[in-house]
Design a protein around this ligand. Sequence first.
Ligand SMILES: Nc1ncnc2c1ncn2[C@@H]1O[C@H](COP(=O)(O)OP(=O)(O)OP(=O)(O)O)[C@@H](O)[C@H]1O
Length: 613
Amino acid sequence: MAQIASEKIIRLLSHSTFFSEVSESSLFHLSQFVTEESFKNNEVVFNKDDEGDAMYVIVQGQVKVHVKDHIYTHLNEGDCFGEYALIDNDVRSASITATKPLTLLKIEHHHFMDLLHKDKNLVKGVLSLLIKRHRELDDIQELLTNSNRALELASSKTKGLIEGAMDAIIMFDSKFRIVLTNPSANELLENNDTIQRNILFFFDEPSAKIIESIISSEDKTLLDNHLPEILKVIGSNETETLNEGTISQYGTENETFYTLILRNINERLKAEEKINLLTKQTEYLTEEIRFLTNDHGITAEDNSMKSVLKQIDQVAKTNATVLVTGETGTGKELIARAIHKNSTRNDKALIRINCGAIPHNLIESELFGHKKGAFTGATSDRKGRFLLADKGTIFLDEIGEMPLDLQPKLLRVIQEGEFDPVGSSKTIKVDVRIIAATHRNLLQHAQNGKFREDLYYRLNVFPIEVPALRNRGNDVCHIATEMIQQLSSKLNKPYLELSESAKRLLTSYHWPGNVRELQNLVERALIVSQDGRINWQSIIPAESNIIENNIDQAQEKILTTKQLVQLEKDNILKALRLTHWKISGKNGAAELLKMKPTTLASRIKALAIERPI
Ligand SMILES: Nc1ncnc2c1ncn2[C@@H]1O[C@H](COP(=O)(O)OP(=O)(O)OP(=O)(O)O)[C@@H](O)[C@H]1O
């Protein structure tokens, strides 16, 4: 390093803020020992233990001084620095990086120390430099302390979150070894000591396969998303839980870790199942309430119907199976509901199923339920109506339409109170009261091979036969009156009383559709009524047509004697109703029937025809 002229050095040093207060003579003294150093490469490293500690003045350029990883300070031309100023006991090394080619004045340490003895001002300068550097160091220290504190806080917050999470959090490595669990996970796995154990061990086979396939898959979109399948965890005590989950991946280039977050959905699934059940029951109950608010809704003035009500009363409180028969629309369902309402099961559901209205291939699952996957389209487990009716009553409407191949299963549930859902071998026990109904002659149906006889006898424990409306005397007028009352307010029509001629028409009509037909006719009559008048004649088919139709129908087939007698009885009854039970004289029934009154009187007696009270 070439010695440079003292004058030049004195000039340069006096430019330095550090030496600005140093006397000329001191500078001169120092200049004797100063060398100039130029650095073309940008870095100079100082080690505290290096020999020849020195003091530097930046003549040209600008440097960044690094202590360890931190930029310690920026120094500009004229600034002065040295190891004793930069490096204290804690800092072993420092380096400077020049932003452009650098020229330094190097002052050997011992020469500088000489100067320190001579010039008090220089001592002052060194001290202020040291103080400045230490302040900067303190700032870094504080920053470090603060960041450590922030880090500690953040990590304790994260720890708190993981520990306190209700979800189970399990971290594992690429070999499926558990590396971390939170308390919820320990609870789920029923094990506090799972570290290093294989996570797949805690799942059933399908779930373990799902986890494996996600980890090994190239498709990383499966990570960080809700898993499409539900995972079944099997705890150390064999407790099974169903869980929703997500898997995420983290780690370095060399080592990958996974976090599995599991949420136990057992309770939620149970609640959902309960909601489904309750929704279904509510539907049925709402329908039932409609009937119940109108008591049982059965209008029965005629003796034939009064005896039906008596039967309902007798059987309701028992658990006996009831078979309700009668023509369509006679009120069989109404009777089934009345039985349930008066039974001890009336706080539970009455579940109805129309065996004739459900397609053959669905009726089994409808009645007995099915397991998920039992057949195409069975995407989830389904409860059947027998299970819904547990502790309550099931009403099997149109039982005559029940497919023959299903009848043994029905027989089993009636006899033993148990059945297997479709696709399941798990037998379910139920306590269900059975009421069946049909418009068919079920015994004859059985004799024709369309219904199992054993099932018929099982159902026919307590038979109730509902009479046809045409055989219920004046009930048709009572029912019509009630219907007019209910419907006129619903249709916003004035209430219309039945005239005598309307009553005559109603009682003389054959009513093949029974009460349902009456309901429809009354509704139609009210809709077309004008100025508070109903033209019943235009609504009810003419009696003469009916008689003719009856005769036509009668001629088409050969009737048994019993049927002939019934036909004669019905015919006389109609004539009597039409004439208000006037037998002889003008407009009497005998005249209508073209019979002698005495003959008519003896036929009435012979056929045991009684005038309703
Ligand atoms: N005695 C009655 N009094 C008042 N309304 C009645 C009476 N009987 C039946 N009804 C009404 O007639 C309609 C038909 O009754 P329901 O459905 O019970 O007959 P059903 O015999 O079960 O018919 P189906 O054989 O077609 O199933 C219902 O609206 C019912 O409320």
